[in-house]
Design a protein around this ligand. Structure first.
Ligand code: FMN
Length: 235
């Protein structure tokens, strides 16, 4: 259903726009479809999840450090939610592992557009680019019941054109993260978080955003140890 992100046209489109946006492109532009993720387990060349890209990268898993003004003692103690937007399954696979690691302590919520996105890769590229350019906030299909009961939110998303997908911004506009502890996680095809974290900080300025984890989309099935480590550090 989807085309590979190694498609020349798609790659050129993304590279041009990402460069124009000043996004961190890294090895995304330099490598072919083989992949290596230094410091991480070997890449799985036949990922279990559907994904649009078979792109390679030499980038290490990206973590972000929480500002010093968010001490560990502010860690919230209420319910935990794992909210994820995933178009082609990679970030959902990561989210499922996070939920598993949290051993029954977290619920999964899928962020979905009210009007389903196309399943065509090239169309999706264009739609996402148009949404970003216009600042469109697509309606979300559903909201989280009892949102106020959650004090910790893991939020997962793919990098889209170097940014947080607009649908995730829509979700955050309807779910106030003020005072909540937020752990971002992400899959990508070479850019890492790029500008996603600054977008996230802008979308939820009063949240306590902690260290995130960004992994190559194609490596999720071979990166469970990194996910496990990250979740255990957060506990
Ligand atoms: C619309 C669109 C834009 C994308 N833009 C980027 C990008 O800027 N940088 C990048 O590394 N990967 C980009 N990708 C690849 C995805 O981030 C990557 O395949 C991710 O693992 C997909 O996650 P998902 O399966 O949860 O949707 C893009 C993919 C799509 C469909």
């Amino acid at each position: 259903m989807t085309k590979t992100i190694c498609s020349d046209i798609s790659r050129r489109q993304l590279l041009g726009a990402m460069a124009a946006a000043g996004a961190t492109i890294g090895a995304w532009s330099l490598t072919g479809c083989s992949s290596r993720n230094e410091g991480a387990p070997a890449q799985d060349s036949s990922p279990e999840t559907t994904q649009p890209e078979g792109d390679g990268s030499t980038s290490e898993p990206e973590t972000t450090t929480t500002p010093a003004e968010t001490p560990a003692e502010t860690q919230a103690s209420g319910k935990t939610l794992v909210a994820v937007f995933s178009w082609s399954g990679n970030t959902l696979a990561m989210a499922n592992r996070v939920v598993e690691d949290l051993q029954g302590q977290a619920e999964l919520f899928r962020i979905e557009p009210a009007t389903p996105y196309t399943t065509d890769y090239d169309e999706m590229l264009q739609i996402a680019q148009d949404e970003q350019a216009a600042g469109t906030m697509p309606a979300i299909a559903s909201t989280v019941p009892n949102w106020d009961e959650y004090t910790t939110v893991y939020i997962g998303f793919p990098t889209w054109w170097g940014h947080l997908p607009q649908i995730v911004k829509s979700f955050l506009a309807e779910h106030d993260c003020s005072g909540k502890v937020v752990y971002p996680f992400n899959t990508h095809a070479g850019s890492g978080f790029a500008s996603c974290l600054s977008d996230l900080a802008e979308a939820c300025p009063n949240a306590d955003i902690r260290e995130g984890l960004s992994l190559m989309g194609e490596s999720i099935s071979s990166s469970t140890a990194e996910i496990d480590d990250w979740v255990s550090k957060n506990a």
